[in-house]
Design a protein around this ligand. Structure first.
Ligand SMILES: [Zn+2]
Ligand SMILES: [Zn+2]
Length: 480
């Protein structure tokens, strides 16, 4: 007791010291105002021809005032603004390794819509680190069926459903093949078969419409055709030359801004035609360092040469394409992010392209874009983040948890359940949780928002509330 009193009085003394010290230093005294000429000279000193136009980044490449840090993006600290497009590189390499998952690009729009372009193996970890709840992802556009571009789809489908993806099925958009067996539909059918056990097992959880996956397979030859059009968002596609028929590039247009991800392929006239004038142009590249790569990776150089010349975009060609397309920002991804090729990459790109350029690598690079400004930062993705709560549309004022479609009794023979240890033998004396061995609700669980604890209402309705706020602003802009 005495000890606690000492602690308390120490606390009071330190508080008093803080209060008194905040009054200790007086503010600087008011001085005579500088002359208008001096102020002007200081604020515009060094500005060439009355406005800055310097380096290779030009005007419009600058951080927005709402960014928490101009150098870094910390997930969960900034909301996408009503007129903004935010693009995050969630996977950036064909060769998966820590720091560079397989290719995936996340596009978020100010109207609350979001789109995933490719979903390579491992990229889901970066979505989680970026505080994207897996049940927020509803549209995945696959450029082609190399596994480094869709490997995480089975995981997203199963765990996205488990994590609250109950009310809207996942839609996979992707190209047809020259014959049906090489199309996206067949890939998804194969995935359904592969996940037969998993789907049935997870049906002891709420599933709702989560397991009704949709496929939007488009004719890969229909160059310029529309893949998706809704809420003022339009996505078109075109063919890429990537050794096998079906590989496609995508262009998304919304609110007077445009994003292109070409996927993999050889440089082509079609890229120039369909990406022309796009604000943010992203392609893949390979540097002219096959001999050096051979030394690094210990494989004969002809393998790299052959792979590039049949499948990929040389860095020189990527710069050439950028110079034809003339984007506000040119970025490259699906590239190894190593010191020994970084300088080389820039030099090769710069052979033709003198405008704004950044690497879309390593993982976590984020681009903020409005009509006037564009800015690229490094995202700080934690290694051990907690996943964001599932996000629900609370427009109807209810949280609805669908009843599971099956039970343990239906999918498991009794024998193995009877072999389970009696909990009494392992829980310590005096402790016995009330085991929940059967789903505790009869039909769908429907909870009015008022009955939901405030913390759950906040955590699960965050994205919905933000979307309502942005839509209001966009609506008012339309009226003006
Ligand atoms: Zn690839
Ligand atoms: Zn590929």
């Amino acid at each position: 007791m005495k000890h606690r009193n000492v602690k308390l009085s120490l606390f009071i003394i330190s508080c008093l010291m803080m209060v008194s010290s905040s009054f200790a230093t007086p503010p600087p005294p008011v001085q005579e105002v500088s002359s208008e000429a001096d102020i002007k000279a200081a604020l515009s000193g060094g500005v060439p021809s009355g406005r800055w136009k310097e380096g290779l980044l030009f005007e419009g490449v600058s951080p927005m005032p709402w960014l928490q840090s101009a150098a870094n993006w910390f997930p969960g600290t900034e909301e996408v603004q009503p007129n903004e497009m935010r693009v995050t590189f969630m996977g950036t390499a064909p060769m998966i390794r820590p720091g560079q998952m397989n290719t995936s690009i996340y596009v978020e729009l100010g109207n609350g819509d979001n789109f995933v372009f490719d979903l390579g193996e491992g990229s889901v970890a970066n979505y989680v680190a970026s505080r994207v709840s897996l049940n927020q992802i509803k549209h995945v556009f696959i450029t082609h069926l190399h596994v480094d571009h869709f490997g995480s789809l089975p995981y997203l489908w199963m765990f996205g459903t488990w994590a609250g993806g109950w009310h809207e099925p996942l839609t996979v958009h992707g190209p047809s093949g020259r014959t049906p067996e090489y199309g996206t539909k067949t890939m998804v059918e194969g995935m359904k078969m592969m996940l037969g056990w998993h789907r049935d097992a997870f049906s002891v959880f709420p599933v709702g419409q989560g397991h009704d996956i949709q496929v939007n397979e488009f004719d890969f030859r229909d160059n310029g055709g529309t893949v998706y059009e809704k809420n003022g968002v339009k996505v078109i596609h075109w063919q890429r030359s990537h050794a096998k028929d079906g590989a496609s590039g995508y262009r998304l247009d919304w609110n007077g801004m445009c994003f292109v991800w070409t996927g993999d392929g050889r440089p082509s006239k079609l890229d120039i035609k369909y990406a022309k004038g796009c604000d943010l142009y992203v392609t893949e590249l390979q540097q002219e360092v096959v001999e050096i790569n051979s030394g690094v990776q210990g494989v004969p150089p002809f393998l790299a040469r052959y792979t590039i010349d049949t499948h990929h975009t040389p860095a020189y060609a990527s710069g050439y394409l950028a110079n034809q397309i003339k984007p506000r920002m040119f970025m490259t991804t699906h590239m190894s992010y190593d010191p020994y090729v970084a300088e080389e990459t820039v030099a090769e790109v710069r052979e033709h392209w003198k405008g704004p350029f950044h690497f879309g690598a390593p993982d976590g690079i984020v681009v903020n874009m409005t009509k006037d400004q564009i800015w690229v930062r490094e995202g700080i993705l934690p290694d051990f983040p907690n996943s964001r709560a599932p996000q629900f549309d609370f427009t109807n004022g209810q949280l609805i948890v669908p009843h599971p479609t099956t039970s343990r009794q239906e999918i498991q023979e009794p024998f193995v359940r009877e072999q389970q240890l009696d909990p009494k033998v392992y829980y310590p004396k005096g402790y016995m949780p009330h085991l929940l061995e059967n789903w505790p609700v009869k039909g769908d669980l429907v909870v009015p928002l008022e009955a939901l604890p405030e913390n759950l209402r906040d955590s699960m309705g965050g994205a919905w509330r933000h979307k309502q706020k942005n839509l209001k602003v966009l609506e008012e802009q339309k009226k003006k």
